[in-house]
Design a protein around this ligand. Structure first.
Ligand SMILES: Cc1cc2nc3c(=O)[nH]c(=O)nc-3n(C[C@H](O)[C@H](O)[C@H](O)COP(=O)(O)OP(=O)(O)OC[C@H]3O[C@@H](n4cnc5c(N)ncnc54)[C@H](O)[C@@H]3O)c2cc1C
Length: 310
C-alpha cells in the first residue's frame, strides 16, 4: 500500500490546447488511461465520446463566442431556450456567450429552430464537425448570415474587465485527495467534474503498482497512536480488497474501500464559481482536510488572476 499527501494542479497549460486535446486529457482520468494519449488519439477519443453521448466528458472544453444579432427578437429567442449552462453577457443585440461543447450540443438537439443556436452551432461545426456529426439537424444548418458569430480568443477573454472575466474565464484544477473531500467538492453543481473510477480501475494491476493508494490524514501525527490505528486499518483494508479482486470485479471489491482512498478529480468551472467555492471551503467551518488543499489553491488563484480576485 502507498500513502501520499493530498495535492492539486491548476491545469492552465490545457488552455493552450485544442478542445479535442483538452477533452481527451480530462476524459482519460476516469479510466486512468493517460498512457494511451498520443499525437493521433484526441480526435478518435472525442468522436467516440460524442457518438456514445458521454456528455460529462464533453463539458471539459468551453469556448467563448461573440454573437452579433440582427434584431432583438433573435436575442429573445436564445433566452427563451432557458440556456442554464451558458454564461451570457449582453450589450444590446451583441452577446458574449461562453459554453461547453456539451451545452452547445444539447442546445442544438433541443432547440434546432432557435436562430442563434443554429448560427453558433453552424460556426462551431465548421472547425469541429466531430462534435456535431451525429446530431446534425435533418434540414441542415440554416444560418442565413444575419447573425455574425466569431470565436473570442482566450487572450482576449483575459483582457475582459473583472465582472466579465469572472463569468467567462474557465479554469480546470486536478485534485489528488481522498474520497471524502471529492464527495464534498462535487456538491458544487455549477462545476463540471470527471473523477477516477473505482468501478473500472483495478488497483491490483501493474499500472497501479498492484496496490491501493491512500491519502495521508492531516488529523493524526505520523508517530501517534491514532495514526497507528489508521495505518493498520488501511493495511487490512487493502488486503481485503485485493483478496476480493481474486474472485470479483473492481466495482464489487471497491465496496470495502474507505474515505481515505486516494482519488483524482478534475473540476472545471468559471472564476466566479471558484471564488464562491473558496469562500465556502476555506473558512474554519469547512472540513480541515478540505482547507488543507483549498487555502493554497486560493492563494495560487490570487496570483494567477489578480484582476479577478483583487
Ligand atoms: C461548512 C459546510 C458544511 C456543510 N455541511 C453539509 C451537511 O451536513 N450536509 C449536506 O448535505 N451538505 C453539507 N454541505 C454542502 C452544502 O449543503 C452545499 O451542497 C454545498 O456547499 C454547495 O452549495 P452551493 O450553494 O455552493 O452549490 P449548489 O447547491 O450547487 O448551488 C449552486 C447554484 O446552483 C443553483 N441551483 C442548483 N440546483 C438548484 C436547484 N435544484 N434549485 C435551485 N437552485 C439550484 C443555485 O442558484 C445556486 O446558487 C456543507 C457545506 C459547507 C461549506
Amino acid at each position: 500500500m502507498k500513502v501520499v499527501a493530498p495535492s492539486f494542479e491548476v491545469l492552465e497549460n490545457l488552455d493552450r490546447e485544442s478542445l479535442a486535446v483538452r477533452i481527451e486529457f480530462c476524459g482519460r482520468i476516469c479510466y486512468k488511461s493517460e498512457d494511451k494519449i498520443d499525437r493521433e488519439s484526441a480526435l478518435p477519443f472525442v468522436s467516440k465520446m460524442a457518438e456514445h453521448g458521454h456528455n460529462s466528458v464533453l463539458e471539459m472544453g468551453v469556448v467563448t463566442l461573440e454573437v452579433d444579432c440582427a434584431d432583438e427578437g433573435q436575442v429573445t429567442g436564445l433566452f427563451l431556450t432557458q440556456p442554464r449552462y451558458l454564461q451570457i453577457s449582453r450589450d444590446g443585440n451583441n452577446l458574449l456567450v461562453t459554453g461547453s461543447v456539451r451545452a452547445f450540443r444539447e442546445l442544438l438537439i433541443f432547440h434546432p429552430d432557435c436562430a442563434v443556436v443554429d448560427a453558433m452551432c453552424a460556426y462551431l461545426n465548421k472547425s469541429h464537425p466531430y462534435f456535431f456529426s451525429t446530431i446534425l439537424p435533418k434540414k441542415g444548418f440554416t444560418a442565413d448570415g444575419s447573425i455574425k458569430v466569431c470565436k473570442v480568443k482566450l487572450s482576449e477573454v483575459e483582457q475582459f474587465p473583472p465582472e466579465k472575466l469572472l463569468k467567462h474565464r474557465h479554469i480546470a484544477v486536478k485534485f489528488i485527495v481522498n474520497r471524502a473531500i471529492t464527495h464534498e467538492i462535487v456538491r458544487h453543481r455549477p462545476c463540471s467534474f470527471l473523477q477516477e473510477s473505482q468501478r473500472y480501475c483495478r488497483y491490483s494491476d501493474d499500472k497501479f503498482g498492484s496496490e491501493v493508494t491512500f491519502i495521508k490524514p492531516m488529523f493524526f501525527k505520523e508517530d501517534s497512536p491514532e495514526y497507528t490505528i489508521w495505518y493498520k486499518a488501511m493495511v487490512d483494508t487493502e488486503q481485503m480488497y485485493l483478496q476480493l479482486l481474486e474472485t470479483s470485479t473492481p466495482q464489487a471489491a471497491r465496496t470495502v474501500l474507505p474515505n481515505s482512498c486516494k482519488t483524482e478529480l478534475i473540476v472545471y468551472t468559471n472564476l466566479a464559481e471558484w471564488s464562491h467555492i473558496f469562500k465556502l471551503r476555506s473558512t474554519k467551518a469547512a472540513e480541515p482536510s478540505m482547507r488543507e488543499v483549498i487555502i493554497p489553491l486560493q492563494q495560487d488563484f490570487l496570483q494567477r488572476f489578480p484582476a479577478a480576485f483583487a
